[in-house]
Design a protein around this ligand. Sequence first.
Ligand SMILES: [Zn+2]
Length: 436
Amino acid sequence: MPMTEVQTEQSSPAVQRYPEREIGRAGDASMGTTLVVLGGVHGNERAGLIAGQRVLDQLHSDRYAHISGRLIVLAGNLAALNHEDPETRYIDHDLNRLCKREHFSEPASTSAEHEQMFELFGSLESIHASCKQAGQQMIVLDLHTTSAPSKPVVAFEDSLPARVHAMRMPCPKYLGIEEETNGLVIDAVTARLGCISYLVEGGQHDDPASIDVHEAAIWIALDTAGVVELSRHPKDHFAYMRSKSQDRGHVVYDVRHREPITSEDFRICAGVEAGTPVHARKTKIAMQAGKPVYSPIHGRIFLPNMQTHKRINDDGFFIVRRVSSGWVNLSAWLRSVGWVHKLIGIMPGVYHSEDSSLLVDADLACVLRRQVFHLFGYRLERHDGREGGTGIMRVVNGTKAFFKALFRGPIRGKDGKGPDPEDHRFWIVRRRKLDR
Ligand SMILES: [Zn+2]
């Protein structure tokens, strides 16, 4: 498990080396929830690890002689963190896109990041086992920073249990990032271990304030998990986070689009930054291979890629849309009502799959749009990104698709049961694991 690379004379003295995955721990598993903080999942993002060390130092002081749980800080991508070029995000693959089910069945020797993924999840699994043995919960907080200047944000898979923790972070919330970016570490944590997990973007990579933001995020997460009581803490971390978010901590966004990079000369246009409003097919967001990249939908820019090194299929930018607090509350209610899900299951155009997901006729699904699925707590596992039209055309398309599905009757797949999951006439949706 420990990284073999040691500090050499050639390495920059300013950049810290991480010989071990575990940075440190404080507290006791049997006393309450264990919060696992991840930093450096991207090798050029060290702020979370520095913040984690700061919090551990304070937890080891007399003031915190008795805490109701445990904090463990782990480094994410040791191979990239210890690379001689401190700007290295990853060696072969982005670790925060690699953690998909199919890659867990490949050998660790496949790539540097496969090895990192297996080691990281080995550590997480053994911590999780110790929590289970103690009859306690494990929660994972993954700390990141951004290439572009940005305010702190929290992103998570929108399940009701995750909301309890992530929504308490006084910074804007982003739902649904896991649908557009497969292979996130937090997503694999929830899928494989069944743990609540969320991600905080603390600000720009080299901004010292990003470390303060991450420190505040860790304290707030510890308070929410009941490990420490922040009301007795000398610094008001809630107020600090609120001020860094410019009092937009109550705002919730839904991630609607991801633009992948298709050419390494991808460059965000001047004047476009995190939060910039964009209009469908009108706003020029980036230049790539000599051509402009327009937003396919309207919304706001999230995580514009301004990394020094860009690679094909990295995230270029995301488009997000704001959702109201009424929507958030309504969706919490709808998810808790059992008959709503029974009703959805018998709607025309909706078919059950053996693995508890639903196959929804794409003509109908694109009219319903992802916000309707999100409202009811369904995650889009596969969609073709098509739009169902706007205004009256959407109503017409929806009515046509509904009656087509109603009169079509049952569909038999290869095994004679329901439609084949490989049939791309359907979108695949599934209730979120922690809501089921
Ligand atoms: Zn990152």
